[in-house]
Design a protein around this ligand. Structure first.
Ligand code: TPP
Ligand code: MG
Length: 364
Protein backbone atom coordinates (compact mmCIF):
# COMPACT_ATOMS: atom_id res chain seq x y z
CA UNK A 1 0.00 0.00 0.00
CA UNK A 2 1.28 3.48 -0.78
CA UNK A 3 2.22 5.32 2.34
CA UNK A 4 0.82 8.85 2.17
CA UNK A 5 1.08 9.54 5.87
CA UNK A 6 4.77 10.22 6.45
CA UNK A 7 6.26 13.06 4.49
CA UNK A 8 7.42 10.78 1.71
CA UNK A 9 7.45 11.34 -2.01
CA UNK A 10 3.99 9.74 -2.16
CA UNK A 11 2.72 12.15 0.48
CA UNK A 12 4.12 15.02 -1.55
CA UNK A 13 2.07 13.89 -4.56
CA UNK A 14 -1.04 14.40 -2.39
CA UNK A 15 0.17 17.99 -1.96
CA UNK A 16 -0.07 18.84 -5.66
CA UNK A 17 -2.40 21.79 -6.08
CA UNK A 18 -5.83 21.33 -7.62
CA UNK A 19 -6.85 23.66 -10.41
CA UNK A 20 -9.68 25.64 -8.83
CA UNK A 21 -12.31 27.53 -10.72
CA UNK A 22 -11.60 31.03 -9.45
CA UNK A 23 -14.44 32.74 -11.31
CA UNK A 24 -16.77 32.74 -8.29
CA UNK A 25 -14.10 33.93 -5.88
CA UNK A 26 -13.87 37.47 -4.56
CA UNK A 27 -10.59 38.78 -5.96
CA UNK A 28 -9.96 40.87 -2.82
CA UNK A 29 -10.12 37.71 -0.72
CA UNK A 30 -7.66 35.90 -3.00
CA UNK A 31 -5.24 38.80 -2.95
CA UNK A 32 -5.53 39.01 0.81
CA UNK A 33 -4.72 35.30 1.19
CA UNK A 34 -1.61 35.79 -0.90
CA UNK A 35 -0.56 38.85 1.09
CA UNK A 36 -1.06 37.01 4.41
CA UNK A 37 0.89 33.95 3.25
CA UNK A 38 3.80 36.09 2.09
CA UNK A 39 3.68 38.12 5.31
CA UNK A 40 3.95 34.92 7.37
CA UNK A 41 6.75 33.64 5.12
CA UNK A 42 8.87 36.76 5.53
CA UNK A 43 8.01 37.11 9.20
CA UNK A 44 9.31 33.61 9.84
CA UNK A 45 12.42 34.01 7.69
CA UNK A 46 13.30 37.20 9.55
CA UNK A 47 12.44 35.53 12.87
CA UNK A 48 15.01 32.86 12.11
CA UNK A 49 17.54 35.61 11.40
CA UNK A 50 16.66 37.41 14.66
CA UNK A 51 17.12 34.16 16.57
CA UNK A 52 20.64 33.76 15.21
CA UNK A 53 21.33 37.35 16.27
CA UNK A 54 20.21 36.34 19.79
CA UNK A 55 17.33 38.81 19.78
CA UNK A 56 15.04 35.90 20.60
CA UNK A 57 15.68 33.41 23.39
CA UNK A 58 14.23 30.03 24.32
CA UNK A 59 12.51 27.68 21.92
CA UNK A 60 11.30 28.88 18.56
CA UNK A 61 9.34 26.90 15.96
CA UNK A 62 8.65 28.28 12.51
CA UNK A 63 5.65 27.98 10.18
CA UNK A 64 7.74 27.98 6.97
CA UNK A 65 5.98 25.80 4.37
CA UNK A 66 2.73 25.74 6.35
CA UNK A 67 1.45 29.16 5.24
CA UNK A 68 -1.52 27.88 3.18
CA UNK A 69 -2.60 25.62 6.03
CA UNK A 70 -2.69 28.63 8.35
CA UNK A 71 -4.30 31.16 6.04
CA UNK A 72 -6.86 28.63 4.76
CA UNK A 73 -7.92 27.85 8.33
CA UNK A 74 -8.12 31.45 9.46
CA UNK A 75 -10.05 32.52 6.35
CA UNK A 76 -12.85 30.12 7.28
CA UNK A 77 -13.28 31.25 10.89
CA UNK A 78 -15.63 33.86 12.29
CA UNK A 79 -14.52 36.56 14.78
CA UNK A 80 -16.52 34.87 17.58
CA UNK A 81 -14.72 31.54 17.13
CA UNK A 82 -11.96 30.53 19.53
CA UNK A 83 -8.53 29.21 18.58
CA UNK A 84 -6.17 27.09 20.66
CA UNK A 85 -2.83 26.11 19.17
CA UNK A 86 0.45 24.45 19.86
CA UNK A 87 3.79 26.28 20.09
CA UNK A 88 4.19 26.60 16.31
CA UNK A 89 1.78 29.48 16.16
CA UNK A 90 3.35 32.72 14.99
CA UNK A 91 1.53 32.67 11.64
CA UNK A 92 -1.86 31.87 13.15
CA UNK A 93 -2.00 34.95 15.35
CA UNK A 94 -0.78 37.15 12.49
CA UNK A 95 -3.47 35.69 10.19
CA UNK A 96 -5.99 36.41 12.95
CA UNK A 97 -5.15 40.08 12.44
CA UNK A 98 -2.74 40.84 15.27
CA UNK A 99 0.02 43.22 14.19
CA UNK A 100 3.36 41.59 13.33
CA UNK A 101 5.04 44.20 15.54
CA UNK A 102 3.23 42.98 18.65
CA UNK A 103 4.10 39.40 17.75
CA UNK A 104 7.78 40.15 17.06
CA UNK A 105 7.93 42.15 20.30
CA UNK A 106 6.65 39.10 22.16
CA UNK A 107 9.34 36.94 20.56
CA UNK A 108 11.90 39.53 21.72
CA UNK A 109 10.43 39.35 25.25
CA UNK A 110 9.37 43.00 25.21
CA UNK A 111 6.68 44.76 27.25
CA UNK A 112 4.80 45.68 24.03
CA UNK A 113 4.36 42.03 23.02
CA UNK A 114 0.99 40.25 22.92
CA UNK A 115 1.70 38.68 26.33
CA UNK A 116 3.72 41.67 27.59
CA UNK A 117 6.91 39.75 26.91
CA UNK A 118 6.10 37.07 29.48
CA UNK A 119 5.06 34.39 27.00
CA UNK A 120 7.59 34.41 24.18
CA UNK A 121 7.39 32.41 20.98
CA UNK A 122 5.37 29.50 22.34
CA UNK A 123 2.75 31.45 24.30
CA UNK A 124 1.17 34.00 22.01
CA UNK A 125 -2.23 35.11 23.27
CA UNK A 126 -4.87 37.73 22.51
CA UNK A 127 -8.12 37.68 24.40
CA UNK A 128 -9.96 40.16 22.14
CA UNK A 129 -9.08 38.10 19.07
CA UNK A 130 -10.21 34.93 20.88
CA UNK A 131 -6.70 33.61 20.33
CA UNK A 132 -6.27 31.49 23.42
CA UNK A 133 -2.59 30.54 23.03
CA UNK A 134 0.18 29.01 22.40
CA UNK A 135 0.86 25.76 24.45
CA UNK A 136 4.32 24.24 24.81
CA UNK A 137 3.24 20.99 26.43
CA UNK A 138 2.35 18.71 23.55
CA UNK A 139 -1.45 18.32 23.68
CA UNK A 140 -1.83 20.85 26.51
CA UNK A 141 -4.26 22.86 24.41
CA UNK A 142 -6.63 19.96 23.68
CA UNK A 143 -8.57 19.57 26.96
CA UNK A 144 -8.79 23.37 27.20
CA UNK A 145 -10.23 23.62 23.68
CA UNK A 146 -12.77 20.91 24.44
CA UNK A 147 -13.67 22.65 27.69
CA UNK A 148 -14.21 25.89 25.79
CA UNK A 149 -16.44 24.05 23.29
CA UNK A 150 -18.42 22.66 26.23
CA UNK A 151 -18.83 26.19 27.59
CA UNK A 152 -20.03 27.51 24.23
CA UNK A 153 -22.59 24.74 23.95
CA UNK A 154 -23.75 25.25 27.55
CA UNK A 155 -24.17 28.98 26.94
CA UNK A 156 -25.90 28.27 23.60
CA UNK A 157 -23.44 30.46 21.73
CA UNK A 158 -23.21 29.85 17.97
CA UNK A 159 -19.40 29.93 17.67
CA UNK A 160 -17.00 27.00 17.40
CA UNK A 161 -13.56 26.17 18.75
CA UNK A 162 -10.57 25.21 16.63
CA UNK A 163 -7.95 23.08 18.28
CA UNK A 164 -4.81 23.26 16.14
CA UNK A 165 -2.27 20.52 16.86
CA UNK A 166 0.51 18.49 15.27
CA UNK A 167 0.44 14.94 13.92
CA UNK A 168 2.44 13.52 16.84
CA UNK A 169 -0.03 15.07 19.27
CA UNK A 170 -2.63 12.51 18.19
CA UNK A 171 -0.67 9.97 20.28
CA UNK A 172 -1.12 11.86 23.54
CA UNK A 173 -3.59 10.44 26.07
CA UNK A 174 -5.30 13.79 26.57
CA UNK A 175 -6.38 13.75 22.92
CA UNK A 176 -8.26 10.50 23.33
CA UNK A 177 -9.96 11.60 26.53
CA UNK A 178 -10.90 14.86 24.86
CA UNK A 179 -12.21 13.10 21.75
CA UNK A 180 -14.37 10.94 23.92
CA UNK A 181 -16.01 13.93 25.59
CA UNK A 182 -16.31 15.86 22.32
CA UNK A 183 -18.03 12.86 20.70
CA UNK A 184 -20.20 12.07 23.70
CA UNK A 185 -21.46 15.61 24.29
CA UNK A 186 -21.44 16.61 20.61
CA UNK A 187 -19.25 19.63 21.12
CA UNK A 188 -18.59 22.27 18.43
CA UNK A 189 -14.86 21.69 18.13
CA UNK A 190 -12.67 21.10 15.09
CA UNK A 191 -9.42 19.22 15.64
CA UNK A 192 -7.12 20.72 13.02
CA UNK A 193 -4.10 18.46 12.66
CA UNK A 194 -1.16 20.04 10.90
CA UNK A 195 0.28 16.83 9.57
CA UNK A 196 3.82 17.73 8.58
CA UNK A 197 4.74 14.07 8.77
CA UNK A 198 7.01 14.35 11.81
CA UNK A 199 6.98 14.86 15.56
CA UNK A 200 10.48 16.27 15.96
CA UNK A 201 12.50 13.57 14.09
CA UNK A 202 9.95 10.74 14.32
CA UNK A 203 7.78 9.98 11.28
CA UNK A 204 4.03 9.41 11.75
CA UNK A 205 4.16 5.72 10.85
CA UNK A 206 6.74 5.05 13.59
CA UNK A 207 4.59 6.66 16.26
CA UNK A 208 0.93 6.10 15.42
CA UNK A 209 -0.69 2.64 15.20
CA UNK A 210 -3.24 4.25 12.86
CA UNK A 211 -1.12 6.33 10.49
CA UNK A 212 -4.16 7.74 8.67
CA UNK A 213 -4.81 10.38 11.28
CA UNK A 214 -8.27 11.43 10.11
CA UNK A 215 -9.46 7.94 11.11
CA UNK A 216 -8.38 8.29 14.70
CA UNK A 217 -11.77 9.60 15.85
CA UNK A 218 -13.68 6.54 14.70
CA UNK A 219 -13.77 4.94 18.18
CA UNK A 220 -15.54 8.11 19.33
CA UNK A 221 -17.78 8.37 16.25
CA UNK A 222 -16.07 11.56 15.20
CA UNK A 223 -15.99 12.32 11.50
CA UNK A 224 -12.56 12.84 9.90
CA UNK A 225 -11.24 14.10 6.58
CA UNK A 226 -7.92 14.72 4.92
CA UNK A 227 -7.02 17.82 2.91
CA UNK A 228 -4.06 19.20 1.01
CA UNK A 229 -2.45 21.79 3.29
CA UNK A 230 -0.46 23.36 0.46
CA UNK A 231 -3.72 24.44 -1.19
CA UNK A 232 -5.12 27.47 0.63
CA UNK A 233 -8.55 27.25 -1.01
CA UNK A 234 -8.93 23.52 -0.33
CA UNK A 235 -8.13 24.11 3.36
CA UNK A 236 -10.50 27.07 3.59
CA UNK A 237 -13.37 25.15 1.98
CA UNK A 238 -12.89 22.06 4.15
CA UNK A 239 -12.81 24.16 7.33
CA UNK A 240 -15.85 26.18 6.26
CA UNK A 241 -17.86 23.00 5.75
CA UNK A 242 -16.77 21.32 8.98
CA UNK A 243 -17.17 24.54 10.92
CA UNK A 244 -20.76 24.93 9.70
CA UNK A 245 -21.51 21.34 10.63
CA UNK A 246 -20.08 21.87 14.11
CA UNK A 247 -22.17 25.00 14.54
CA UNK A 248 -25.46 23.60 13.17
CA UNK A 249 -25.35 20.04 14.43
CA UNK A 250 -22.82 20.19 17.25
CA UNK A 251 -20.72 17.67 15.37
CA UNK A 252 -17.01 17.68 16.20
CA UNK A 253 -14.62 16.75 13.39
CA UNK A 254 -11.00 15.98 12.64
CA UNK A 255 -9.24 17.60 9.70
CA UNK A 256 -5.93 15.97 8.79
CA UNK A 257 -4.04 18.68 6.89
CA UNK A 258 -1.10 17.38 4.85
CA UNK A 259 1.70 19.93 5.11
CA UNK A 260 5.42 20.18 4.53
CA UNK A 261 7.72 21.73 7.10
CA UNK A 262 10.45 23.54 5.13
CA UNK A 263 13.01 23.33 7.93
CA UNK A 264 13.75 21.30 11.03
CA UNK A 265 11.47 20.98 14.04
CA UNK A 266 12.76 24.17 15.66
CA UNK A 267 15.31 26.81 14.72
CA UNK A 268 18.10 24.74 16.25
CA UNK A 269 17.22 21.42 14.53
CA UNK A 270 19.57 20.63 11.66
CA UNK A 271 16.96 18.30 10.04
CA UNK A 272 19.31 15.37 9.35
CA UNK A 273 16.55 12.73 9.47
CA UNK A 274 15.02 13.80 6.15
CA UNK A 275 16.89 13.12 2.94
CA UNK A 276 18.17 16.13 0.97
CA UNK A 277 16.11 14.92 -1.99
CA UNK A 278 12.91 14.82 0.06
CA UNK A 279 13.56 18.31 1.44
CA UNK A 280 14.24 19.63 -2.05
CA UNK A 281 11.06 18.06 -3.48
CA UNK A 282 9.05 19.19 -0.47
CA UNK A 283 10.19 22.77 -0.88
CA UNK A 284 9.02 22.62 -4.49
CA UNK A 285 5.52 22.34 -2.97
CA UNK A 286 5.78 25.94 -1.95
CA UNK A 287 2.30 27.21 -1.07
CA UNK A 288 3.21 30.87 -1.57
CA UNK A 289 4.81 30.42 -4.96
CA UNK A 290 2.11 27.99 -6.12
CA UNK A 291 -0.69 30.38 -5.17
CA UNK A 292 1.06 33.26 -6.95
CA UNK A 293 1.24 31.07 -10.07
CA UNK A 294 -2.50 30.29 -9.80
CA UNK A 295 -3.41 33.96 -9.52
CA UNK A 296 -1.12 34.93 -12.41
CA UNK A 297 -2.45 32.10 -14.61
CA UNK A 298 -5.99 33.26 -14.01
CA UNK A 299 -5.00 36.86 -14.83
CA UNK A 300 -6.23 37.99 -11.44
CA UNK A 301 -2.98 39.73 -10.60
CA UNK A 302 0.03 41.04 -12.52
CA UNK A 303 3.76 40.57 -12.00
CA UNK A 304 3.86 44.20 -10.89
CA UNK A 305 1.25 43.51 -8.22
CA UNK A 306 3.27 40.53 -6.96
CA UNK A 307 6.35 42.77 -6.69
CA UNK A 308 4.41 45.48 -4.88
CA UNK A 309 3.09 43.00 -2.32
CA UNK A 310 6.65 41.76 -1.76
CA UNK A 311 7.82 45.32 -1.11
CA UNK A 312 4.92 46.03 1.24
CA UNK A 313 5.58 42.83 3.19
CA UNK A 314 9.31 43.55 3.38
CA UNK A 315 8.57 46.99 4.82
CA UNK A 316 5.98 45.71 7.30
CA UNK A 317 8.24 42.98 8.64
CA UNK A 318 11.12 45.45 8.99
CA UNK A 319 8.78 47.79 10.88
CA UNK A 320 7.83 44.90 13.16
CA UNK A 321 11.51 44.27 13.92
CA UNK A 322 12.17 47.97 14.50
CA UNK A 323 9.18 48.16 16.83
CA UNK A 324 10.38 45.13 18.79
CA UNK A 325 13.94 46.45 18.95
CA UNK A 326 12.92 49.85 20.25
CA UNK A 327 10.36 48.53 22.78
CA UNK A 328 11.18 48.43 26.50
CA UNK A 329 11.95 45.24 28.40
CA UNK A 330 9.43 44.35 31.09
CA UNK A 331 10.41 45.87 34.44
CA UNK A 332 12.08 43.13 36.40
CA UNK A 333 10.28 44.33 39.54
CA UNK A 334 7.10 43.08 37.85
CA UNK A 335 8.38 39.74 36.58
CA UNK A 336 6.77 37.80 39.38
CA UNK A 337 3.42 39.57 39.22
CA UNK A 338 0.43 37.63 37.85
CA UNK A 339 2.04 34.24 38.34
CA UNK A 340 -0.99 33.01 40.26
CA UNK A 341 -4.56 34.27 40.03
CA UNK A 342 -4.96 34.08 43.81
CA UNK A 343 -2.37 34.21 46.62
CA UNK A 344 -0.57 30.89 47.12
CA UNK A 345 0.99 30.07 50.51
CA UNK A 346 4.77 29.60 50.75
CA UNK A 347 5.57 31.14 47.36
CA UNK A 348 8.08 33.97 47.34
CA UNK A 349 6.42 37.36 47.35
CA UNK A 350 7.25 39.83 44.65
CA UNK A 351 9.63 41.77 46.93
CA UNK A 352 11.70 38.70 47.83
CA UNK A 353 11.79 37.55 44.22
CA UNK A 354 12.91 40.97 43.05
CA UNK A 355 15.64 40.94 45.69
CA UNK A 356 16.80 37.57 44.32
CA UNK A 357 16.95 39.05 40.81
CA UNK A 358 18.96 42.02 42.14
CA UNK A 359 21.45 39.64 43.79
CA UNK A 360 21.75 37.64 40.57
CA UNK A 361 22.41 40.78 38.60
CA UNK A 362 25.02 41.88 41.13
CA UNK A 363 22.96 44.94 42.03
CA UNK A 364 22.29 44.10 45.66
C1 TPP B 1 4.15 16.34 26.85
C2 TPP B 1 5.34 16.66 26.01
N1 TPP B 1 6.13 15.68 25.55
C3 TPP B 1 7.20 15.97 24.77
C4 TPP B 1 7.48 17.26 24.44
C5 TPP B 1 8.68 17.57 23.52
N2 TPP B 1 8.17 17.90 22.20
C6 TPP B 1 8.02 19.17 21.82
S1 TPP B 1 7.40 19.29 20.27
C7 TPP B 1 7.32 17.63 20.09
C8 TPP B 1 6.83 17.03 18.79
C9 TPP B 1 5.41 17.34 18.45
O1 TPP B 1 5.19 17.07 17.09
P1 TPP B 1 3.83 17.40 16.35
O2 TPP B 1 2.68 17.21 17.28
O3 TPP B 1 3.81 16.62 15.10
O4 TPP B 1 3.92 18.97 16.03
P2 TPP B 1 4.95 19.75 15.09
O5 TPP B 1 6.11 20.17 15.95
O6 TPP B 1 5.35 18.86 13.99
O7 TPP B 1 4.21 20.98 14.62
C10 TPP B 1 7.78 16.98 21.22
C11 TPP B 1 7.86 15.53 21.37
C12 TPP B 1 6.64 18.27 24.93
N3 TPP B 1 6.83 19.55 24.64
N4 TPP B 1 5.57 17.95 25.69
MG1 MG C 1 4.40 17.20 13.17
Amino acid sequence: MTNTTDTTHAALAFMDIEQHDLSNEDINDLQHYYYQMLLIRRFEERTSEMYVKAKIGGYCHLNLGEEATIVGLMAALQPEDYIYTNYREHGYIIARGISPGKVMAELFGKETGVARGRGGSMHLFDNDAHFMGGYAIVGGQIPLAVGAAYALKYQEKPSVVVCQMGDATTNIGAWHESLNLAGLYKLPVLFFIVNNGYGMGTPVSSASAEPELYKKGCAYRIHGEKVNGVDVLAVRDAVRRLRQRAQDAGEPAILDVASFRFRGHSVIDSDRYRSPDLIKKGREHDPVRMFAAQLLDADLVSEIWIREVAQRVEREVQEAIDFANSSPDPKYEELFDNMYATPVPNTPGSAEAVEAVRINRGEA
